[in-house]
Write a protein that binds this ligand. Sequence first.
Ligand code: GCW
Length: 663
Amino acid sequence: MPLPVPVLPEGVDPAWLPPAAFRAIGGRRTLIRGSAPLVETVHGEVVQACRRFGGRVVRGAPDGGAYDLVLALGAEGPEPLGEEGFTCAREGGTTTVTASGGRGLLYGLFHVVRLGDDAFRGERAREVHRPALALRMLDHWDNVAVHPVMGQVERGYAGGSLFWRDGSARGELDRVRAYGRLLAACGINAVSVNNVNVHAAEARLLTDRIGEVADIAAALRPYGIRTHLSVSFAAPVTLGGLPTADPLDGAVRDWWAGATRRVYEAIPDFGGYVVKADSEGQPGPFAYGRSHAEGANLLAAALEPFGGTVHWRAFVYDHRQDWRDRTTDRARAAYDHFVPLDGEFAEQAVLQVKHGPMDFQVREPVSPLIGAMPRTRLAVELQATQEYTGQQRHVCWLGPMWSGVLRFRHEHDQSVGELARGGLVAVSNAGGDPFWTGHPLAQANLYTFGRLAWRPDAEPRAVLDEWIKLSFPDAPPQLADGLHAVLDGSWRTYEKYTAPLGVGFMVQPGHHYGPSVDGYEYSPWGTYHFADRDGIGVDRSVATGTGYAGQYAKPWAELYESPDTCPDELLLFFHHVPYGHVLKSGKTVIQHIYDTHFEGVEEVEEARSVWASLAGLVDPARHARVAERYEEQLRGAREWRDQVNSYFFRKSGVPDGRGRRIC
Ligand code: GCW
């Protein structure tokens, strides 16, 4: 039986799957062959498309007619396709997609959707498509109960949670199904449904509230998505009543084994656990004098009989450091904690590493840990939710930044995309908002993440155009070009008007929105810029600084070590330099700060007017929402410009070379 396509609740935006995206398929004749649960999903999609556009679909044995599209299970070619791969070819007027598993067929269907009419023109040589990474995951930082400080969703800028509301499951499973469908269409296959900061209500999802997770898992399963859960390392104590959570204690092991068995009874295809341990106050193995490998392996052993995985986060650092202590460098922490443990993690344990050494700033170097643990499965974590990149009030398309990270090569010529054997993870930017992501244009980040996880070497601008074409199937060139124009350079624009040259932070403490140059300067969080009257930046060289630059393999260690060879955009991350230091661009640091901040605001003004010119080409609600956010972005960009420029003018006393007004 074809599985009906989830019905979008009234007023919810179809994002990159508007009905018209299915026109090319829906107006044609399709044959679907093979049986597996996800083939019912594929069948349901084609049935709905045909109902809308007058085509026809036959299931099972061909009825003698000619078909424009054949979607078939089986028929392995010379190369193994795996559960998720598919082939696509066109010959003699028929486009054929084959896969060996239901998921592959579903991805093949969405491939044809992306191609649109092109899928049905001329001949197409047989292409094989397989995901480069087996795990393409979204972590939701959703709380079940509203947290007094963080709210329903920690760092969430898209309304409430899709899963939880005020302490209970939200129960709107059609919306969850529709979410799963959008994720499948960009290649995502795993979702973790609760915050890595596991509070009291959330902890119980593992035990007596697992049924609520099972309902979500059932809603996501037809779109090939496995469900994961964030758990608390202290669960044996807080939920199990044991006196300890020591990973080497027999009773603790038994508790995890039993709890995990019950999880699999409720959710047979459960993906596994996500753990934030000994990090920002979360419990962990340090309390028992055990290592993080011992902690992770405890959970890996419980998951192993069922094929699940523990994603153990490497975000471990001292969040109570004394700002006077110049020897502690937060950037070093993940490497210092984890590199000595390389080779000690069990096969079912994946170490999940943030892409940069600090915390999702608009510009950071790639984490040196990613190249330094060859005997450990690593997953790389990105942040789609725009905590430090405009909180979905500013347009900031992160495709180019993520692509730069994934293409970065540490030693041995392997790119980050290749090293991420344990998968690519993003903190989700989606929520209960009718546009899913608060800012309608932030949908592009979610889509781009999925496509880059499928193919880390994909060209991000081509992915952007793909998103535009899918989301706005009938867009005239002016609209497609306008959308491309406002999104393409938006990350660099954001970088220009915020913290300069990789130095990071300078945000308001707590909520992290808007400028506060010294907001974190005398705080315990380890995020400093050290600006004084002579210069700015953090000396992380081996010769005179914290030694962080030495955590890289060659050639990076040498390149970052000296201000002469360090790339401009990371200069202040690695070095403390005088304001008069001349960049490779030929400008002084202080003039660069002034110029980029003026330019950034001008670029926002320009983008805002491009958007205004698209009125009439975009539906009015979407146009109005984006237009309103541009007002806030412009206000915010001016505030950033004026605070940052004034701060450095007052510190340095150096006037702007172009005589512009700085207060
Ligand atoms: O970016 C920081 C956030 C915290 C978050 C933490 C983490 C979930 O400010 O809100 O906690 O990182 O990644 O664990």
